[in-house]
Design a protein around this ligand. Structure first.
Ligand code: 5RP
Length: 236
């Protein structure tokens, strides 16, 4: 049970609760990671009869889901059985008006991108502090194979980044996280494609080529449902 109750926590919980209306009862729920998602997991647990199964994006979320009595399925088994994951719910470190995101503040970006890719819709739950005009103020997380850290750092410096290795963090996949400051991310989809194809990079924390389907942005006045400008409703 999440006990802290700051004004920001209340917004996170409001966004998390609003996500419940986007789920399909009886179907597998894709679950992200982070403090906002932790509130979502609590909301899900309170409705476990309607939503008994999930696919998780991190060991931390798996543990919390199981503590709520939710059955966590292996993604490969779900796909092999031809089952759907209609909705993936996750937070973000930053999100823009095109619903492109920076993610990975918790270091779970690779599994988050995998479960998001396996899901039909991405519902992003954030408090209003995450809504930005231009991505890049939050240092961009990049998951890297340990032997390639210096190689990838050198390439990041060439494009104007200032990378630091996240201290004490080993991902669920046994890799390291670089946090890259100083990047001005004017074309998130191009930067995502570029960094992703460098040798040694597992995943860059830009979720731009597959943005969210909808953002539930919690403000003190209520939760706003925002879609990408020009996007058809309920598509991804
Ligand atoms: C974890 C993530 C999280 O979604 C992101 O860091 C936001 O976390 P929080 O809800 O705690 O602010 O990408 O890898």
């Amino acid at each position: 049970m999440t006990t802290s109750n700051t004004p920001q926590d209340r917004l996170k919980r409001a966004a998390a609760r609003a996500a419940i209306d986007h789920l399909l009862p009886g179907e597998v729920v894709g679950v992200g990671s982070g403090s906002t998602v932790n509130f979502f997991i609590e909301e899900l647990g309170a409705r476990r009869n309607q939503f008994p199964t999930a696919v998780s994006s991190s060991s931390g979320s798996t543990e919390r889901l199981r503590a709520q009595g939710i059955n966590v399925l292996d993604l490969n088994e779900v796909i092999a059985a031809g089952r759907r994951i209609p909705v993936y719910v996750d937070g973000a470190d930053e999100i823009n008006a095109s619903l492109q995101m920076v993610k990975g503040g918790g270091g779970a970006l690779t599994r988050e991108k995998i479960v998001a890719a396996a899901s039909e819709r991405f519902v992003c739950i954030v408090d209003r502090s995450k809504w930005v005009e231009c991505l890049g103020r939050f240092p961009l997380p990049v998951e890297v194979i340990p032997m390639a850290v210096e190689l990838v750092c050198a390439r990041l410096r060439l494009i104007g980044g200032v990378p630091t290795v996240r201290e004490g963090k080993v991902t669920d996949n046994g890799n390291l996280i670089l946090d890259v400051a100083g990047l001005s991310i004017t074309q998130p989809d191009l930067l995502e494609a570029e960094i992703n194809q460098w040798a040694g990079v597992v995943t860059v924390g830009l979720f731009a080529r597959q943005p969210a389907s909808v953002a539930l942005v919690a403000t003190p006045e209520g939760v706003e449902e925002r879609r990408a400008a020009g996007a058809a409703p309920a598509t991804r």
